[in-house]
Design a protein around this ligand. Structure first.
Ligand code: UP6
Length: 261
């Protein structure tokens, strides 16, 4: 899987969103996802404006935004169009199908109306995927399922990981699964799925709350990341735009080396 180019893998993808994202990455030459974990709408938009040209994906945690509004979402969508990146709400859904269906489409955030992609835990079983799908009214959307986590001491074991990958690759909902959030290249084999890997930072190994970091080269070449998620490595840099360029360049170089082998 990891030796194939993003173009080749776009043709193998079963999810329309995965296909779109693989092609976008290949054309724009970036495998960087910005985790825009900021609490003011204006700060997120400013970061999206500055980093937009260098990312394939912008990942939000919309429930940390203190001044959320519909106009924030429409501004974010405008920037996504302008700079050609995809929007992911990292909601990490984890409840029964009926509840996630409501959480996905209703409430203040109406996530399904704007987020191209969302994330979900597989803990409830495959009904979580069915529940998310049930909320849609024809929009082109996708989900990334968590099969591993970057935090130290997380409870995921090999069996949980294998079953999570089964949910992502077998059954009637595979067209809705765009990828897997995980930390290793042996997590899944199907090349039509995208591996999203968080826990990436150049200068640190850990934070104070259990996060574990690897370098851009390590996550792409050793851990098999197709898209690397960088949050504080960019957000807390003295020049975030320059940091985004730096991460993009290093991640893309690692990918080109990986597929050239
Ligand atoms: N994230 C992880 N680890 C996981 C899953 N998701 O860190 O296993 C998410 C976090 C955060 C981002 O919710 O948004 O990736 C990492 O941010 P950081 O680079 O600032 O640590």
């Amino acid at each position: 899987r990891t030796r194939l180019t993003y173009e080749t893998r776009a043709n193998l993808a079963k999810s329309p969103l995965a296909k779109r994202l693989f092609n976008l990455m290949a054309n724009k030459q970036t495998n960087l996802c910005l985790a825009a974990d900021l609490t003011k709408a204006a700060d997120i938009l400013d970061m999206a404006e500055k980093c937009g040209p260098y990312i394939c994906l912008l990942k939000t945690h919309v429930d940390i935004v203190e001044d959320f509004s519909d106009s924030f979402i429409s501004s974010l969508q405008t920037l996504a169009k302008q700079h050609n990146f995809v929007l992911m709400e990292d909601r990490k859904f984890a409840d029964i199908g009926n509840t996630v269906s409501l959480q996905y489409s209703k409430g203040i955030y109406k996530i399904s109306s704007w987020a191209d992609l969302v994330t979900a835990h597989t803990l409830p079983g495959r009904s979580i995927v069915q529940g998310l799908k049930a909320a849609l009214e024809g929009e082109e959307r996708g989900v990334f399922l968590l099969a591993e986590m970057s935090s130290s001491g997380n409870l995921i074991d090999d069996k949980y990981k294998e079953t999570s990958v089964k949910i992502a690759t077998e059954g009637g909902d595979v067209d809705f699964v765009a990828g897997v959030v995980c930390q290793s290249s042996n997590c899944f084999a199907f090349p039509g799925l995208i591996q999203l890997t968080p826990g990436v930072k150049i200068n640190e190994n850990v934070d104070k709350l259990g996060q574990q970091y690897q370098t851009p080269e390590h996550v792409v070449k050793q851990l098999g990341a197709d898209i690397a998620v960088v949050g504080r490595g960019i957000l807390q840099a003295s020049n975030p735009q320059q940091a985004a360029i730096n991460y993009r360049d290093r991640l893309w170089a690692a990918y080109t080396e990986r597929v050239a082998k």
